[in-house]
Design a protein around this ligand. Structure first.
Ligand SMILES: C[S@@+](CC[C@H](N)C(=O)[O-])C[C@H]1O[C@@H](n2cnc3c(N)ncnc32)[C@H](O)[C@@H]1O
Length: 216
C-alpha cells in the first residue's frame, strides 16, 4: 500500500493506470511545450486515450474534427478508426500546417487523415449532409454555436458530436466580463444545447468538460 504514496494527484494516479501515451504523441506534446504559445490546448494523454476509445466504441466511417491545432487529438482518434474509415480535420491557423503535417506523415494512421486548412465555417458546408458519424468540436469557443449549427446537418441520425471545454475552467458559473467572448460563447452554447430537442446530451466533467451529443 505504501506504493500509493508515490502519486501526488488524482491525475498522476489516473495516468499511471491507463494505456500509455504513444511515443510519437509524447514527442509532439514536448515539442508543443517548447515551440508553441498555447500548448495547454493540446488534448493530452488522458483525453487522447478517451477519444481513441470513443472512436473504437462508435466505430465511425467518417470523423470530423473542428480545430486541429497540433493534430494530437486527430492522431488519437485515427488510432481508433477501422482501416477503411477516414478522418477530416480543419485548422484555420496556417502557421500550424507544417507542424501538423510533419506528425501526420510520421504516424501509421496519418494516411487516413485529411487536413483542411481554412475557416471551418467555409469548409463544413462543402461536405454532404449526414456525412459524418462523429464530430469533435474543439475550435474557437466564441464560435461554438455557429460551428455546431454548421456541423449538425452533416451528422447522421444517431451520430455523435463531442464538444470540448464546455466547463471552461469553471468560468461558466460566473458572470463573464463584458469583453470575455470565449466564456460568453461557451455559456451561450451550453444554454442553447440544454433546450435543443434535436439531440440528446450529457456533460462529462473530464478535464475541462466534454459534452457528448447524440443526434436523434
Ligand atoms: C483547442 S485547439 C484544438 C486542439 C486539438 N483539437 C487537440 O485536442 O489536440 C483549437 C484550434 O482551433 C483552431 N480554430 C479556431 N477557430 C477555427 C475555425 N473557425 N476554423 C478552423 N479552426 C479554428 C485554432 O486555430 C486552434 O488551433
Amino acid at each position: 500500500m505504501a506504493d500509493q504514496d508515490r502519486f501526488e494527484s488524482i491525475e498522476e494516479y489516473i495516468l499511471a493506470h491507463i494505456d500509455e501515451e504513444p511515443e510519437l504523441l509524447r514527442q509532439m506534446h514536448r515539442e508543443a511545450h517548447v515551440k508553441l504559445l498555447h500548448p495547454t490546448m493540446v488534448s493530452g494523454h488522458l483525453q487522447g486515450r478517451v477519444l481513441k476509445m470513443l472512436v473504437e466504441m462508435i466505430r465511425p466511417r467518417r470523423v470530423l474534427e473542428i480545430g486541429t491545432y497540433t493534430g494530437y487529438a486527430a492522431l488519437c482518434m485515427a488510432e481508433g478508426l477501422a482501416d477503411d474509415a477516414e478522418l477530416h480535420t480543419i485548422e484555420i491557423d496556417d502557421e500550424m500546417e507544417d507542424f501538423i503535417r510533419s506528425y501526420f506523415s510520421r504516424s501509421p494512421h496519418g494516411k487516413q487523415i485529411t487536413l483542411h486548412m481554412g475557416d471551418a465555417h467555409g469548409i463544413i458546408p462543402g461536405f454532404g449532409d449526414a456525412y459524418f458519424d462523429f464530430v469533435f468540436l474543439d475550435a474557437n469557443k466564441r464560435e461554438y454555436g455557429s460551428l455546431y449549427e454548421a456541423a449538425l446537418p452533416k451528422v447522421k441520425e444517431g451520430g455523435f458530436i463531442l464538444a470540448d471545454n464546455t466547463l471552461w475552467h469553471g468560468k461558466i458559473l460566473e458572470t463573464p466580463e463584458s469583453n470575455d467572448w470565449q466564456t460568453k460563447g461557451i455559456i451561450e452554447f451550453n444554454g442553447k444545447l440544454a433546450v435543443d430537442n434535436r439531440v440528446e446530451k450529457v456533460i462529462l466533467p473530464l478535464r475541462d468538460g466534454l459534452t457528448l451529443i447524440r443526434k436523434k
